[in-house]
Design a protein around this ligand. Structure first.
Ligand SMILES: Cc1cc2nc3c(=O)[nH]c(=O)nc-3n(C[C@H](O)[C@H](O)[C@H](O)COP(=O)(O)O)c2cc1C
Length: 229
């Protein structure tokens, strides 16, 4: 189970206003052009089951047929008063491996341990929330030094290449996760695009481990990195 904790209110995604990324999508000249250029997508859209937000489809008709920006929609759905006690309740209720997503400091990582989390995801939500926040990668070393022996540390965000994964693991992350990389591949090439992405990642990780002289993942440690002063 994973609980995202950096979205108490939605970031102001200005591009969404410009491109008409609302529910339902607003038609702009740009989006109409883009539909015209992709007749296969339009055909599939009209001949397949309508897209719906499954998590909330039965709770509200907002997000499906009432015009709202995604930000307005998110802000209506989430409770900004959610706090550590609520997170602790979820952890105890679930009673299985639990990750807190959106941790960016040692202090919060320690609190995650206190409430029983087994993992944290160091994440700034792919840069979609707090403009100017530090990058997740820059937090890995500090957090791993403080709590790396007590819970799993998943670096989330900014991963585009196999070498990014190697750097994250060498800095102290247990694993990495990514969002846009999947979406870009899916948009560019559908399922085969995502399969190619995974193959590329696999090949890059293997090739670059050989080039670094590492026989296994355990050999990826701080000695493999040089930090600029
Ligand atoms: C279109 C889009 C939708 C997302 N929706 C969610 C979401 O509903 N919940 C969540 O925790 N993170 C969400 N994220 C953030 C991703 O889970 C992840 O933290 C982020 O994409 C990682 O950064 P990266 O894109 O650089 O890999 C979303 C990201 C994108 C691009």
């Amino acid at each position: 189970m994973c609980l995202t904790v950096d979205t108490l209110v939605a970031g102001n995604r200005e591009r969404d206003h410009r491109t008409g990324f609302t529910t339902p999508p607003k038609l702009t000249i740009q989006s109409l052009m883009s539909f015209a250029m992709r007749p296969e997508w339009v055909f599939n859209y009209f001949t397949h089951k309508k897209f719906e937000l499954s998590n909330v489809a039965k709770k509200t008709d907002k997000g499906t047929n009432i015009a709202k920006s995604v930000i307005e929609y998110i802000n209506e759905q989430y409770d900004p008063a959610m706090n550590w006690k609520d997170a602790e309740y979820c952890v105890k209720k679930w009673n299985k491996p639990f990750a807190l997503k959106g941790v960016m400091s040692v202090e919060d990582a320690k609190r995650a341990i206190d409430i029983g989390c087994t993992a944290i995801m160091i994440s700034n939500h792919g840069g979609r929330q707090l403009d100017g926040s530090r990058s997740p990668f820059d937090q890995v070393k500090e957090i791993s030094d403080a709590v790396g022996d007590k819970l799993e540390i998943i670096l989330d965000g900014g991963i585009r290449r196999g070498t990014h994964v190697l750097k994250a693991l060498a800095a102290g992350a247990t694993a990495c996760s990514f969002g846009k990389m999947f979406l870009f591949s899916l948009g560019a090439g559908g399922q085969p695009g995502v399969e190619r992405l995974l193959q590329n990642m696999h090949d890059e990780i293997n090739r670059n481990m050989v080039l670094m002289g590492c026989k296994n993942i355990k050999e990826l440690n701080r000695t493999k990195l040089i930090y600029r002063k």
